[in-house]
Design a protein. Structure first.
Length: 267
């Protein structure tokens, strides 16, 4: 069955300019009638179906080599493999973004609802570097900070409270270290920045909750009382220091409080 370009247009739903373009690229092979008009065959229809299939998969004609000289199965195969890898990377990045979003959703919900209850959870592996810490005395600290802040969109503010703070009276305050953090899954993409004095906290079971403080580097021990109570009630032993990321930074530091999602590993 032969058909005119108008009939092909009605059959495929493609507009005439697109059909003429595919024709000029050698993807269609119409015959010329005695009157000089193009006559298209079922093979041309199938070619158009394949073009739409590839377009639906994100493959553009400009990405295929030597279109006018016909595209081989190998050409299409290699392009599809490349697309597959690209989409897998995009999916990985979206899942990565979704996991970080969910962390923020939960933390901001707790802050918005003034939820102070401590609960068990899992501590996600994270790298951190501190700029107010006696443990940190390294010439490359400032350089690492600059790189994280300028090149890594998923950097977050972090604090480290020593475990001994859990043993202090609630009337006292405890010095905390302030710095930057980075989830371990994201860190793999900038692994070349790994150098001392960065520290790593591996994934582990933990207890977590929201605390408030007016000063990041001077945390009231009273804010840690819910953690102490939970540890005692459930007969748990903290594995080390307490780590938190700053969920909310007030616009007016004197009249409002920082809200921190705090975690401590448990046995």
């Amino acid at each position: 069955m032969k058909m005119t370009i108008g009939e092909l247009e009605k059959l495929t739903g493609m507009n005439r300019s697109a059909l003429r373009f595919y024709d000029s690229e050698g993807l269609l092979n119409p015959e010329r009638g005695e009157n000089g008009y193009r006559r298209y065959s079922e093979k041309d229809v199938l070619s158009l179906v394949q073009i739409k299939q590839l377009n639906a998969l994100g493959v553009e004609l400009s990405e295929l080599p030597d279109v006018k000289n016909q595209v081989s199965c190998g050409d299409i195969y290699r392009n599809l493999i490349s697309k597959e890898q690209q989409i897998e990377k995009e999916i990985e990045e979206m899942y990565d973004k979704l996991s970080r979003l969910r962390l923020h959703v939960d933390a901001f919900r707790q802050c918005a609802e003034n939820e102070t209850a401590v609960q068990e959870g899992r501590m996600i592996g994270a790298y951190r570097i501190y700029y107010q810490s006696p443990k940190v005395d390294h010439p490359n600290t400032a350089a690492i900070f600059r790189r994280w802040i300028t090149e890594v969109p998923f950097t977050y503010s972090t604090i480290r409270i020593p475990q001994k703070a859990l043993l202090l009276p609630v009337s006292e305050t405890c010095q905390a270290d302030v710095g930057l953090g980075l989830l371990s899954g994201n860190f793999m993409r900038i692994h070349e920045t790994f150098e001392e004095p960065m520290e790593y906290t591996p994934p582990c079971k933990c207890i977590q909750g929201i605390i408030e403080t007016r000063e990041l580097d001077c945390v009231p021990c009273a804010a840690l009382e819910p953690f102490n109570r939970y540890l005692q009630e459930h007969n748990l032993i903290p594995l080390g220091d307490l780590y938190g990321w700053v969920v909310y930074t007030p616009a007016n530091h004197r009249r409002d409080t920082y809200k921190i999602s705090l975690r401590v590993g448990i046995n």
